[in-house]
Design a protein around this ligand. Sequence first.
Ligand SMILES: C[S@@+](CC[C@H](N)C(=O)[O-])C[C@H]1O[C@@H](n2cnc3c(N)ncnc32)[C@H](O)[C@@H]1O
Length: 321
Amino acid sequence: MDKISILHGDCLKLMNIIEPESVDLIVTDPPYNLSKNYGNNGDNLNHNDYIDFSRRWLAEAKRVLKPTGTIYVFMGVRYISYIYVMMEQELGLHFNSWITWTYTQGIGKTKGFSPRHDDILMFTKNNRFKYNLDPIRVPQKYYRSVNNMRGANPGNVWEFSHVHYCQANRQNHPTQKPEALFERMILASSDEDDIVLDPFCGSGTSLRVCQQLNRRGIGMEINEDYVAMTEARISQPFVGFDSIDERMERVPNDLNDEDIRREYINNHIRWFLKNHPDRIEKFLVAVNKKYSKKAAKPHFADDLHGKLTHTSRNHEQLPRQ
Ligand SMILES: C[S@@+](CC[C@H](N)C(=O)[O-])C[C@H]1O[C@@H](n2cnc3c(N)ncnc32)[C@H](O)[C@@H]1O
């Protein structure tokens, strides 16, 4: 199997060819039935047809998921309660988390409250499932010897901006999601070389993340233009994911001891900026700004300066402790 495969067609048919209990993780962002233009009228079904469609693809998802597997499903408010009931009551999946993805921009309502979140349901197939907390921790606000400086659990409210039209990685797709959302789910719920399935892969966000995190990604997409878009996207050089949780860039307060600070900063880059080499320089500038009076010129700034031109996945270039 290729490390990354994109299959063109209807996922209801394509999932049939996947062996039962062979997929480690499903991360997917299906159409929300909000009349988005995906090049067909598939996002404009009547209520019963949409429920039936959801029931059918979710049943296939359960069939292909390993007993230790996890499924994350993006959904808008209109249908999330139906999807929740299907997953828990009809399919017998185990509820784990209701994640809220919140953003600052979106449509403005003149009557009612402007929507500023989508949600992601995380269910597992059983009670014994894979979960890696360390790779998704977020930096602490303060240096304290009693704090776990390896970082805190990111919580279930995730704040990321939409991929803006002027960003280099913006694709011509109406609902492209930020890569950092998929980065967190894939790091938490799979290991390197695991099989990750996205039956509705759109512009290829999930596959791009799988490629950079060394997972075996299988994407399915009904619109052939989006399949071509994904192929082009995954052939681009990697300079860092297109989005990041802003907490990953924060410099803890009270890091006053120079030796501790030096060790922490090197660790911070390895732990929190591993997949964001393009953010290291900004982080070091913030360190220097915050602590310049304490140490005129931290050595790590010079050490790192020449190492920031990543064009491919190359974690080895980051400084080791
Ligand atoms: C919400 S978008 C996914 C966006 C994606 N997460 C991204 O970041 O680009 C849903 C995608 O599912 C595709 N789709 C809709 N029905 C499908 C089906 N039956 N099988 C496969 N793909 C389908 C649509 O064409 C659309 O690109």
